[in-house]
Ligand binder design. Structure first.
Ligand SMILES: Cc1cc2nc3c(=O)[nH]c(=O)nc-3n(C[C@H](O)[C@H](O)[C@H](O)COP(=O)(O)OP(=O)(O)OC[C@H]3O[C@@H](n4cnc5c(N)ncnc54)[C@H](O)[C@@H]3O)c2cc1C
Length: 379
């Protein structure tokens, strides 16, 4: 039984030239950061870097020109993302707008929404965050309880979102809201763009175990949202979010999170590493290379208009397992003092603490394995 067919990755441009172009951009614009910060690439928000990146045409790069995009091919974008993430560039500010917000509006938004939001997103000036999870509604997203009530002046929305990455910087939250009266599970859910400065919205920080502020809780107290900010049809939210999750699951961010540590490990191991270190570097490189082929194949399928949800779930599960195991394997192969003042020690200490979360964000390991089993016809 074939479960993962590899599709060739054939961008319509000279990939090496594009990589060179991105590296030249990075050497000019990437702020100096240690390996721990580089390991956190797509969570580090830096408005200046985002604006410079947008100016170079690397935000919204596949969107139509009439909306401020670059009309480039999705596989060109994939190459740019690989370069940005491998370098550990701080792409967190625009990440969600570029990966999900913009594509959502292109697919389901109104012409007015596209004209209003996409050019500002592509200019690196308007940021969005994802308001799916709630207390008691994470893996079981269909149990969302935030309510939207239609009134003559617009929608009145009340409820609470949690783990909302970058809500403290974002302008709008793309929220999944229950609008169907007495609706159950996947039915009666609708997506809205909620202005995070609107009356009734409060964003409260959640400080994580390493002292970082990526997450927030977002409280919605009878927030008035005009119907013009409803995305897609009333009740079509479930279909829309599940399509969005394929975009979220298979990109290079799903296996490159620990790359800066591997690079540091290779650097400190030197040109003649001890045999245990050499064996580990070989093992990790082989796994990384295989994951890369799988992720690029999934990107090629997405680029040709397919929805490779099963492939995406496999890439995310294997990719997260790889990037989660890497810090522990590297720790076992080195005798580093985690409190030492070195890039290697800082990156290792940081990743040992945050890597357990890699298999939670974007759908947990258990949920993904359920999707894979269903895709194989096993449940
Ligand atoms: C770094 C990070 C960033 C995030 N950013 C965002 C964001 O921006 N916006 C947003 O909306 N959410 C975000 N999340 C939340 C994330 O989507 C949820 O954490 C995730 O969906 C799991 O939900 P939960 O935390 O409620 O755990 P639960 O759903 O309660 O799961 C707890 C455990 O039980 C297991 N489990 C649950 N149901 C089943 C089942 N049916 N079968 C087997 N096992 C099961 C899970 O796999 C998990 O191990 C983020 C999370 C992280 C870690």
């Amino acid at each position: 039984m074939q479960t993962f067919s590899i599709r060739p990755f054939e961008p319509p441009v000279d990939a090496a030239a594009l990589r060179k172009e991105v590296r030249a951009f990075l050497s000019k614009h990437q702020p100096k950061a240690d390996a721990a910060s580089r390991a956190n690439s797509w969570a580090v928000a830096d408005a200046d870097f985002t604006k410079a990146l947008a100016k170079a045409g690397y935000v919204g790069m596949i969107w139509p020109r009439k909306y401020g995009g670059g009309a480039r091919h999705p596989l060109e974008r994939y190459i740019v993302l690989e370069e940005l993430l491998a370098a550990g560039a701080p792409v967190g500010m625009h990440w969600i707008a570029d990966r999900q917000g913009g594509p959502l509006l292109l697919r389901y938004g109104t012409e007015g929404q596209r004209a209003e939001f996409l050019p500002r997103m592509a200019a690196g000036e308007l940021y969005t965050c994802i308001g799916m999870s709630e207390p008691g509604s994470g893996s079981d997203l269909a149990s969302v309880r935030t309510r939207g009530r239609r009134t003559p002046e617009g929608w009145r929305i009340s409820g609470q979102k949690v783990w909302t990455t970058n809500a403290h910087n974002a302008h709008y939250m793309i929220a999944l809201v229950r609008t169907g009266e007495d609706s159950q599970r996947q039915e009666g859910l609708t997506q809205f763009l909620i202005d995070l400065k609107a009356p009734g919205v409060s964003v409260r920080p959640i400080i994580d175990l390493v002292g970082g502020h990526d997450f927030n809780e977002v409280f919605l107290d009878d927030v008035l949202v005009p119907d013009s900010l409803r995305v897609g049809d009333d009740g079509a939210g479930w279909k829309q979010v599940t399509a969005e999750l394929s975009l979220e699951r298979s990109g290079p961010e799903r296996y490159l999170s620990s790359l800066s540590l591997l690079l540091e490990f290779i650097r400190i191991s030197g040109p003649s590493p001890a045999s245990a270190a050499a064996a580990l570097i070989g093992q990790l490189t082989a796994e990384l290379w295989t994951l890369r082929q799988m992720s690029r194949s999934t990107a090629a399928k997405l680029a040709s208009g397919e929805d490779p949800a099963l492939d995406a779930a496999i890439v995310k599960d294997l990719g997260n397992s790889f990037e989660q195991a890497l810090p522990r394997l590297v720790q076992a192969a080195s005798d580093v003092d985690l409190a030492a003042d070195s890039d290697f020690a800082r990156a290792l200490a940081f990743l040992l603490q945050v890597s357990p979360s890699f298999s939670l964000r974007g759908g947990t390991r258990e949920i993904l394995r359920g999707i894979i089993a269903r895709g194989l016809g096993l449940r």
